[in-house]
Ligand binder design. Structure first.
Ligand SMILES: CCCCC/C=C\C/C=C\C/C=C\C/C=C\CCCC(=O)SCCNC(=O)CCNC(=O)[C@H](O)C(C)(C)COP(=O)(O)OP(=O)(O)OC[C@H]1O[C@@H](n2cnc3c(N)ncnc32)[C@H](O)[C@@H]1OP(=O)(O)O
Length: 116
């Protein structure tokens, strides 16, 4: 799966650079969306992120993610982010566990959104 992403001032860490936690969130969400597309309800059990170069705000990055292998309910996934020159700036690997739909009900999923 491929996506294009641009971080902005909402994600700032050091001036002009995306916060590492924001980068990890995007990669985790990319994996979540990948597995949603595949049709497997799964959640993150383990996530590892390698930060090779600063991720700059206002700069488009190509994100690519795929399933590396499956062992029963365990899905091992990998992703990388590259800049427009094709240089890898970030990479991630994760273990997702396939869960039943009842997993998502534990948070009270039908509760009304919290008012701002
Ligand atoms: C297609 C239709 C989908 C419809 C979905 C419907 C509704 C969904 C609604 C909304 C979803 C919307 C948005 C989702 C948004 C973003 C998704 C992004 C992803 C996330 O934001 S998601 C949140 C963060 N996530 C969690 O909130 C998980 C908390 N957690 C748990 O809920 C439990 O942890 C659970 C259930 C996962 C497993 O629990 P458990 O007790 O069954 O299993 P356990 O933890 O013991 O580990 C299992 C096996 O992994 C092995 N293992 C562990 N670490 C390893 C490592 N590093 N390397 C190799 N193996 C490893 C162990 O060794 C063991 O292996 P073995 O089974 O062989 O012994």
């Amino acid at each position: 799966m491929r996506a294009r992403h641009v971080f902005d001032e909402r994600h700032v860490g050091a001036p002009g650079i995306a916060h590492g936690g924001a980068v990890a969130t995007v990669l985790d969400d990319l994996f979540g969306f990948l597995l949603y597309l595949i049709g497997e309800p799964a959640v993150t059990r383990h996530l590892e992120v390698g930060y090779r170069s600063p991720v700059l705000l206002g700069t488009p990055y190509l994100l690519e993610a795929g399933v590396q292998r499956r062992e029963g309910r365990k899905l091992f996934v990998r992703a990388q982010g590259t800049d427009e020159g094709g240089a890898a700036v970030v990479e991630a690997s994760a273990l997702f566990l396939v869960v039943g739909l009842e997993h998502f009900a534990r948070g009270g999923g039908d509760a009304a959104p919290v008012a701002p």
